[in-house]
Design a protein around this ligand. Structure first.
Ligand code: ADE
Ligand code: ZN
Length: 325
């Protein structure tokens, strides 16, 4: 079998996917029209041409602008349905998807509308054989009070939310800023994850572990600069949700040929491959596997290990994991 079909054929879990980051330009235009929302683009080609980023913030500015077209529950359902169709084509059997409620509630969209839409898309996907869980992300460029208020809004939905996460602008917004809301989420029995070490220093990864008590680490690239940290992550078998095409597009790596994915595996880290914001970064999960496998010359054994790690690192029960591996 050729490498492409080997990769596509592997059963996978996706553990790092921002649902708002799966908004393809075609759907953005359709929703802009349906909801009579103005967007600063003339055409789908115009949108794609704007997707050239020199860092995380560059991307976030466009990503938050794009999310403005999402207004009704059916918009969130259509967004989720479109993602699950792409995921199923890549043989994704389970997805743990991030959503950014503050991006929506701050422009007057009720928290319940977001939840109802996403849950309806997830229920439809489950019928088609793809299971999923939701991870509520707090925007770290906002203050902790706002995160606590969002967590309060989530209260009645906590049986439908698997965990909390931390995303948006990393530099200048260390995990320590969110210690209280993460403690509250832990008290409520939720899993905890955080973006750390994407642009931020190893110290932010230490904080995510020690202060936020994360169950999984999102990105973690810069942990590789700190040998003691690598040793800690390996000892704890902490899952890292690595996103190769995102790293390339956001200039976390200069070239995929310099991507640390195999160095992570060789250091004994529980790395996984994920798409982050596939509509913006040029590829869904299988394309992330393919691109980094080719650039780094990964063996089939390494590729299969990455796919196995995605189930091991998921928040499925041990019995559910065993059924997938
Ligand atoms: N929000 C969406 N994608 C993100 C990323 N890669 N890093 C931080 N925040 C994000
Ligand atoms: Zn992300």
């Amino acid at each position: 079998k050729d490498l492409d079909s080997f990769i596509t054929g592997l059963p996978k879990a996706e553990l790092h996917l921002h649902i708002e980051g799966s908004l393809e330009p075609e759907l953005m235009f359709a929703l802009a029209r349906r909801n009579k929302v103005d967007i600063p683009f003339a055409s789908v080609e115009d949108v794609r041409a704007a997707y050239q980023f020199s860092n995380l913030q560059d991307f976030l500015d466009i990503y938050y602008a794009g999310a403005q077209v999402l207004r009704e529950a059916e918009d969130f359902r259509d967004l989720a349905s479109a993602y699950f169709a792409r995921a199923a084509a890549d043989n994704v059997r389970h997805a743990e998807i991030f959503f950014d409620p503050q991006t929506h509630t701050d422009r007057g969209i009720p928290f319940d509308v977001v939840m109802e839409g996403l849950l309806s898309g997830m229920a439809e996907a489950e019928q088609a054989g793809v299971t999923s869980k939701l991870i509520l992300c707090f925007l770290r460029h906002l203050d902790e009070e706002a995160a606590l208020a969002t967590f309060k809004q989530a209260e009645k939905w906590l049986d439908r939310i698997a965990g909390v996460g931390l995303d948006s602008s990393e530099m200048g917004h260390p995990p320590a800023k969110f210690a209280r809301v993460f403690a509250a989420a832990g008290e409520a029995g939720l899993k905890r994850v955080a973006h750390a070490g994407e642009e931020g220093p190893p110290a932010y990864v230490w904080e995510a572990l020690d202060l936020l008590k994360v169950d999984r680490l999102d990105h973690g690239n810069r942990a590789m600069e700190d040998a003691a940290l690598v040793q800690r992550l390996a000892e704890e078998q902490m899952t890292l949700t690595v996103c190769p095409l995102s790293n390339l597009k956001l200039c976390v790596v200069k070239d995929l040929a310099q991507h640390p994915i195999d160095a992570m595996l060789e250091a004994g880290l529980a790395a996984t491959i994920n798409s982050d914001d596939p509509a913006y970064f040029g590829g869904y999960v299988a394309e992330n596997y393919r691109a980094v496998a080719k650039a780094r010359g990964l063996s089939r054994g390494q590729i299969a290990q990455l796919a196995r790690n995605s189930f091991t690192g998921s928040f499925l029960s041990e019995a559910e994991k065993a059924a997938h591996i």
